[in-house]
Design a protein around this ligand. Structure first.
Ligand code: DGL
Length: 213
């Protein structure tokens, strides 16, 4: 088979990466895409770095074995911990791999008159501090605050997207952020599925959807 005819492999721990898949589909409507959601082991975000690296390598390995011409790690948690290992393997195979953190960090640091950015993500993504490093490397004047929102992934996987309980939980997480952010990064690919709720709660705050930037 001509390698150009192979699909682009896209993966996440669950359904969150579908938000990335849909952005890729809009940008590249004629590209064949192959999606893998590791719903058997979701969530990744509450696991140890070693486990996340192992899961990421396995899922990427599965797609590489199936045959893909490029890989998209459509998961912030897997990008934070597993990108390096997957990239090393992909370099050997001559296959490009992209993660989701750099584009979100670039979008945040390019915003005008923003001094505080809150990054919402899984416990592992927030602890990994990748967004903080990337944003501050681009713009050291931006203060970055991480806020883990561990209940949101199970709620999205459950399909509770337009539910008052989900909304109350989001409000509670946002109220726990000490400073008033000018912008918020949805630093988990599950959260864009709740973007309308964030926008309703925070009409004056810029919401950056790391899945589609
Ligand atoms: N969608 C994944 C992310 O972007 C996280 C979901 C999980 O905890 O497995 O981080």
């Amino acid at each position: 088979m001509n390698p150009n005819d192979l699909p682009i492999g896209v993966f996440d721990s669950g359904i969150g990466g579908l938000s990335v898949l849909s952005a890729i589909k809009t940008a590249l409507p004629n590209e064949p895409l192959l999606y893998l959601g590791d719903t058997a082991r979701v969530p990744y975000g509450s696991r140890s770095p070693e486990t996340i690296v192992r899961y990421t390598q396995r899922v990427a390995g599965h797609l590489l074995k199936r045959g893909v011409k490029a890989l998209v790690i459509a998961c912030n948690t897997a990008t934070t911990y597993g990108y390096e290992a997957v990239n090393t393997r992909c370099i050997e195979l001559g296959i490009p791999v992209v993660g989701v953190i750099q584009p979100g960090a670039q979008a945040a640091s390019a915003l005008k008159s923003v001094s505080t950015v809150a990054v919402l993500g899984t416990v592992a993504t927030v602890n990994g501090g990748q967004y903080t490093k990337e944003i501050q490397a681009l713009n050291p004047n931006i203060q970055v605050i991480g806020k883990a929102c561990p209940l949101l992934v199970p709620l999205v996987e459950e399909g509770w997207l337009n539910d008052h309980i989900t909304e109350q939980i989001i409000v509670r997480y946002l109220n726990e952020i000490e400073a008033k952010p000018d912008a918020i990064i949805l630093g988990c690919t599950h959260y864009p599925l709740l973007k309308h709720t964030f926008e309703r709660i925070l009409p004056k705050v810029t919401i950056i959807d790391s899945a589609s930037v």
